[in-house]
Design a protein around this ligand. Structure first.
Ligand code: S3P
Length: 443
């Protein structure tokens, strides 16, 4: 169990790359195993979450190999998985668990899904309910948490499902299961969640339609049994990882940094929009497209921030960024009010509670009230006390957020159980120290 300490830093500067996007990496492996032929993936995120997906696909019989800086997958076509008694350990990753349940539900496969302590507490009924309607059989259909055993169908029933929450994991699970059905599978969600599955499916040749309905909800459909072309995939860098150095530079004096080749899909940009409203110096340059995704470079520099109200409608586009937004909010003048954030309670840990508890410990006042979180900012010239130890709660984004706060606190902040950072940003410490931070392992 490793702890990392973060201490007051005079400045951050330089140009960096952060690792590949986690969501796109999971999907590249999963859809790569369903194309007809061999593909190469570059810049795949080699983090524990993504490796959990790769290992599960290997267990299901897919040939996946790494050569120097690229990964090779021999796709077997849609509906090619078969067999029973598979044990698929998803580690810490909700995305791996929920997306692969969709794959298994659409295959002639019986498998048991397990996960670590954090994942074993996270809700799975949100995907069990729709998958039951496609004909998947669950050993204990009333269960909500892993371990879960299910038997899928080689030809699942096509489904139209109205999801109560906007969740890319629920949407992708259903669309993936629908790939092997004979008809059209449709998901309706209240607002549009990240659309990497839809974009990659389109890029590989599937017929996907996205339309906004009169009540402002979104309808996403995929036609079953598409012929997926074996096209190589280049994974852009992860905006959710880039968020940590970008916010760190904004809250650290005398700083200016650039993070290159970031996925700037507009359904992932909520944090950056919010930071600009708060008064942050952020510049997006060099926009271009790779395999159906928009990418760009993002620069940020030290800024005087003011508190803002984040509307509920923006939550899906920054669902993973609230922990690091709360750190920026702690250094802003005035209150930052985050509304409609209840989904944060179902992430790797209850992120509202983890951020509020940790910030209070570090000397920042917060309010934790059902689906609202408030951070009472201390202003950019104030110095936050620090001198505390924060537990990661096995949540990578909680760990990295408090290490970012330590860059501007009076006394160092120590974060315990930091191995969890490997689930999304394995070289976080190296990248931050390259910019001038002084993060170090402590006993
Ligand atoms: C993800 C979707 C998000 C996000 C997660 C990755 C994905 O979850 O929190 O880290 O890759 O589909 P929900 O959209 O289910 O809330």
């Amino acid at each position: 169990m490793y702890s990392i300490s973060s201490e007051n830093t005079p400045k951050l500067s330089g140009e960096i790359l952060v690792p590949g996007d986690k969501s796109i990496s999971h999907r590249a492996l999963i859809l790569g195993s369903m194309v007809n032929g061999r593909i190469e993936i570059k810049n795949l995120l080699e983090s524990e979450d993504v490796i959990a997906t790769a290992n599960a696909l290997k267990t299901l019989g897919v040939t996946i190999k790494k050569f120097k800086n690229k990964w090779e997958i021999c796709g077997q076509g849609i509906g090619s998985f078969s067999g029973s008694n598979y044990l698929l350990n998803m580690g810490n990753s909700g995305t791996a668990a929920r997306l692969l349940m969709g794959v298994v539900a659409g295959s002639d496969v019986e498998a048991t899904f397990t996960g670590d302590e954090s994942l074993s507490k996270r809700p799975m009924r949100r995907v069990i309910l729709p998958l039951l309607k496609t004909g998947a059989i669950f050993k204990e259909p009333d269960k909500d948490t892993l371990p879960i055993t299910l038997r899928g169908n080689k030809i699942p029933l096509p489904l139209t499902y109205q999801s109560p929450v906007s969740s890319a994991q629920i949407k992708s699970c259903i669309l993936l299961s629908g790939l092997s059905s004979l008809g059209k599978t449709t998901v309706i969600e209240p607002s549009l969640s990240r659309d990497h599955t839809e974009r990659m499916l389109k890029f590989l040749g599937a017929n996907v339609e996205t339309t906004q309905l009169q009540d402002m909800s979104w309808k996403i459909s995929v036609q079953g049994l598409p012929e997926l072309k074996p096209l190589n995939i280049n994974v852009p860098s992860d905006p959710s990882s880039a968020a940590f150095p970008i916010v760190s530079a904004i809250i650290t004096p005398n700083s200016k940094i650039k993070v290159k080749n970031i996925c700037v899909n507009k359904l992932r940009m909520g944090l950056f929009e919010t930071l600009v409203e708060m008064g942050a110096n952020i510049e997006v340059s060099n926009k271009r497209e790779i395999n159906g995704e928009l990418i760009a470079d993002i620069s940020s520099s030290s800024s005087d921030l003011k508190g803002v109200k984040v509307p509920k409608s923006r939550v899906p586009s920054m669902i993973d960024e609230f922990p690091i937004l709360s750190i920026a909010a702690a250094k802003a003048s005035g209150n930052t009010v985050m509304e409609g954030v209840e989904e944060l309670r179902y992430k790797e840990t209850d992120r509202i509670k983890a951020m509020c508890d940790g910030l209070q410990k570090a000397g920042v006042e917060t309010i934790d009230d059902k689906d609202i979180m408030v951070v009472k900012g201390k202003g950019s010239n104030s110095c936050i006390g620090g001198g505390v130890e924060i537990h990661s709660k096995l949540d990578h984004r909680i760990a990295m957020s408090f290490l970012s706060l330590g860059l501007t606190s009076k006394k160092p902040i120590i974060v315990n159980d930091t191995e969890t950072i490997n689930s999304s940003f394995p070289n976080f410490l190296g990248v931050m120290n390259e910019l001038g931070a002084r993060l170090k392992y402590v006993n």
